[in-house]
Design a binder for this molecule. Structure first.
Ligand code: FAD
Length: 401
């Protein structure tokens, strides 16, 4: 494909954001290629369990959703991006359903849960494999079109040319170059690499190394809040096979609470993520933590308070994982400790998902602003779909202009 002039939109990354952008650009009539570091399936998005937010409850609205995002971000999010995120949410869910993603339903509507920092029940789920379901539906949709797939293409450089952009890649065979009118960067965050540097656990896929952010910044793109990394309050701490696993926040949505060594609740278990993580760190610092069998600090997550019927519908994968490790979360408490999880900041974008470089779009975890310095659970998958669609559509329009 070196020097191939038949590309309108080049998408870099095959998580939920890249796939949503690629499908949307294809629908807008563009000739699309998706380049991705390893396989099409490899990404953080497919690991997402809990769900995706959208204001469907009778007592809910996009405005209340936006208020929750701003409050959880401590007013550091960009209100224009938040307005887009929350007001496009219901349409994004309908669009996913049109790509054959089937959300869990009950009583004639969606099964909704309340996630940390939310004032209403707003989290749609597909069991506890929501990211898997969304990425599979989008991969199938993209595969049904005539877009090209460049697997095992790792982006190494991006440079402007008279007709748009030239992207350079490392492949197992040799270097490759692709010329394109517009680019959508959807290469995710950097928490796997960051955790390795810190000697900590991470929930992330090994491909989450963040080099694309640096490549875009080197090309002149503005960034924001890059230092704001998020700890998921509930990493698995024991058994060893669960270390680095992100215990879905839906455990707490369905009644699990955090307890210290004395069995006392020490924080609002459904507070914003940064506050819950900090409360755990503080409790352990104050000597009220629990030690795991291999001597690591932890606190209890009392999952025995979850009703079995909720767990069967919304936490089957988590139950299977723990029971496989010899612990039944419905009859005994589990040990947890915060784990490096998400890059809150990233490339600056506008409401069309265009970066400060003309013709370079960004969506998903690589983009900053939508969550400010503290993301709410369930808003990342939403951001991938809402801004992925915008990025793909506007990149296609610009490419053909
Ligand atoms: C365990 C876990 C559970 C989560 N649960 C939830 C949840 O319930 N709800 C929610 O909203 N969010 C959740 N999140 C967060 C959310 O899933 C991610 O932030 C989001 O899916 C990121 O999507 P993305 O498309 O931006 O990036 P990713 O899905 O990470 O995809 C990035 C893609 O870019 C590719 N790539 C990387 N570098 C390069 C390069 N140099 N060249 C080419 N390709 C490259 C990668 O291989 C990958 O295909 C969870 C995250 C994790 C890890």
């Amino acid at each position: 494909m070196a020097g191939d002039a038949l590309i309108d939109v080049l998408v870099v990354g095959s998580g939920a954001a890249g796939l949503a952008a690629a499908v949307a650009a294809g629908h807008a009539g563009a000739r699309v290629a998706v380049a991705t570091k390893t396989t099409l399936q490899a990404c953080n998005s497919a690991k997402a369990q809990g769900g995706i937010q959208a204001a469907f409850g009778e007592d809910d609205s996009p405005e209340l959703h936006a208020e929750d995002v701003m409050r959880s971000s401590h007013s550091t999010a960009d209100p224009r991006l938040v307005e887009v995120l929350t007001s496009d949410a219901r349409d994004a869910i309908a669009w996913l359903e049109a790509q054959s993603c089937a959300f869990t339903r009950e009583n004639g509507g969606y099964r909704l849960a309340r996630c940390g920092g939310a004032s209403r029940k707003r989290l749609l789920q597909v069991g506890d494999r929501t990211g898997h379901a969304i990425t599979k539906a989008l991969r199938d949709s993209f595969g049904a079109g005539d877009g090209a797939i460049l697997a095992h293409h790792r982006l190494t450089c991006l440079e402007p040319i008279s007709t748009g952009w030239r992207a350079s890649f490392e492949t197992p065979e040799a270097r490759a170059e692709v010329e394109t009118a517009t680019v959508v960067l959807a290469s995710g965050g950097r928490c796997f690499a960051e955790a390795e540097n810190r000697g900590e656990f991470s929930t992330n896929h090994p491909n989450a190394t963040g080099e694309t952010t640096r490549i875009a910044a080197d090309a002149g793109a503005e960034t924001r809040d890059l230092d704001a990394l998020q700890y998921h309050p509930n990493g698995g701490a024991w058994p060893a096979t669960m270390q680095g696993y992100s215990i879905p926040e839906t455990t707490r949505a369905y009644g699990a609470v955090l307890l210290n060594v004395e069995g006392d609740e020490f924080t609002d278990s459904l507070g914003p993520r940064d506050e819950v993580s900090q409360a755990i760190f503080d409790e352990i610092e104050a000597g009220r933590g629990v030690l795991t069998e291999d001597g690591r600090p932890a606190v209890w997550l009392d999952t025995t308070r979850i009703a079995p019927e909720d767990a069967v519908i919304s936490l089957p994968y988590m139950l299977r994982r723990y029971r496989g490790g010899g612990i039944d979360p419905l009859t005994e408490r589990i040990l947890t400790y915060p784990v490096l999880h998400y890059q809150n900041g990233g490339l600056v974008i506008d409401t069309n998902a265009e970066t400060t470089l003309a013709g370079v779009f960004a969506c998903g975890e690589i983009a900053g602003g939508t969550h400010g310095r503290n993301r709410m659970m369930g808003n990342s998958l939403l951001e991938c779909v809402v801004f992925g669609r915008r990025a793909g559509t506007h990149a296609a329009t610009k490419a053909k202009a």
